[in-house]
Design a protein around this ligand. Structure first.
Ligand code: ATP
Length: 364
């Protein structure tokens, strides 16, 4: 079955779904799990649709693992529900055991059996008499055809990762959970393995939820990102939405570099040290203009910016450079631009906003 056919079959099999959108595979509603005074999961609403790769992104201790364990069936909710394909699988009253949830899991350390070969590791997920043809098909899907008789220690880190993925995909689960799946790989390998994993999940037509604390990983890999903090989902949306239109200063800062310029909003626009910017909604009064460095461009010519800035610091990264600029009045803002031309501390430049900014009521 091709990836598209697999997605179509799964979409058809799923009972819920608004018109025009893939149906909902997983729905967490008002989910709570507390440990004494610690509100590890504190009222989470989360939806993952068929064929989607979703990322649950948040700092250490925000409740990601607990939420994953609630989905997998290793924790019971104190309140709220988890539904899979329209059926409630977890609530304070009802706990479907993990092995009956049709959820595949890829663990951080892969959790492969060292004494079993690759085929047996994958076959383990298919019960006592695994279908060898299915094992071979899924090994082919993950690019490991012909390596079925190797032991895990005879594979590279990236290959072990793919065995873990093959094992999770073999029983054709409704949902695949991936718990920090790239944290064991060194930086050079990580980028490659990430895109391999994304391609494999797509080819399998899988619906996946990836748990990570790595912003770049979530933004580059997922179709939707749920940003979690202190047991709650603070914002969810496409990578572009959460990065480009953060709902709060915390979300903006967690997802990337940001400078905050004080401003004043009136009649649909706000004025700040870098000029006038449009304001969504009916915001009036004191505001914070959140500016990402790549939205600030600089040049030498008058027409390259209506504001003057002094370069006080420069860091060269090869593919780009980061400048710290001082504006009139002493406010500082960063600018990220191509590595050339090279600017230096002491240079006086023209500066302007040339990308999206976010305007929030002061203190949000
Ligand atoms: P990390 O990225 O560091 O793994 P996380 O976002 O996955 O963190 P959790 O492991 O879900 O966070 O933990 C959330 C909070 O719940 C933390 O304060 C943690 O100490 C607490 N916690 C988790 N499990 C338990 C438990 N079994 N008993 C008591 N407290 C717990």
């Amino acid at each position: 079955m091709s990836g598209m056919d697999a997605i179509a079959a799964r979409v058809a099999a799923c009972p819920t779904g608004a018109e025009g959108e893939p149906p909902v595979v997983v729905a967490c509603r008002e989910l709570h799990r507390h440990f004494g005074d610690v509100r590890a999961v504190d009222g989470v609403d989360l939806t993952v649709r068929a064929g989607e790769i979703a990322a649950l992104l948040g700092p250490s201790g925000c409740g990601k693992t607990t939420l994953l364990r609630l989905l997998a069936g290793f924790e019971r909710p104190d309140r709220g529900t988890v539904a899979l394909g329209g059926e409630v699988i977890a609530s304070p009253e009802r706990m479907l055991p993990p092995e009956r949830r049709r959820i595949g899991m890829v663990f951080q350390d892969y959790a492969l059996f060292p004494h079993l070969d690759v085929a047996a590791n994958v076959g383990y997920a298919l019960g006592r008499r695994p279908d060898r043809a299915r094992v071979d098909a899924v090994l082919e899907l993950v690019g490991l055809a012909g390596l079925g008789d190797r032991r895990p220690h005879e594979l590279s880190g990236g290959q072990q990762q793919r065995v873990a993925l093959a094992r999770a995909l073999a029983p054709e689960p409704e949902l695949v959970l991936l718990d920090e799946p790239f944290s064991n790989l060194d930086a050079a390998l990580r980028d490659r393995v990430r895109s391999e994993v994304r391609d494999i999940l797509r080819a399998a037509g899988a619906t996946a939820l990836l748990v990570t604390h790595d912003q770049e990983e979530a933004l580059s890999l997922a179709d939707t990102v749920a940003v979690m903090c202190d047991g709650r989902v603070r914002q969810s949306g496409s990578p572009e939405e959460v990065y480009g239109s953060p709902a709060s200063r915390w979300v903006a800062e967690f997802l990337g570099e940001i400078d905050v310029l004080p401003g004043e909003a009136r009649s649909g626009s706000a004025t700040c040290a870098l000029g006038r910017v449009p304001v969504a909604g009916d915001l009036e009064g004191p505001v914070e203009v959140l500016v990402r460095p790549e939205s600030v461009t600089v040049g030498m010519q008058r027409d390259e910016g209506e504001h003057e800035a002094l370069v006080v610091e420069r860091t060269f990264y090869g593919h780009d450079q980061l400048l710290v600029l001082e504006l009139a009045g002493g406010l500082r803002v960063r600018s990220r631009s191509m590595g050339f031309p090279a600017w230096h501390p002491g240079d006086r430049l023209r500066v302007r906003l040339s990308g999206p900014v976010t305007v929030l009521a002061a203190g949000v």
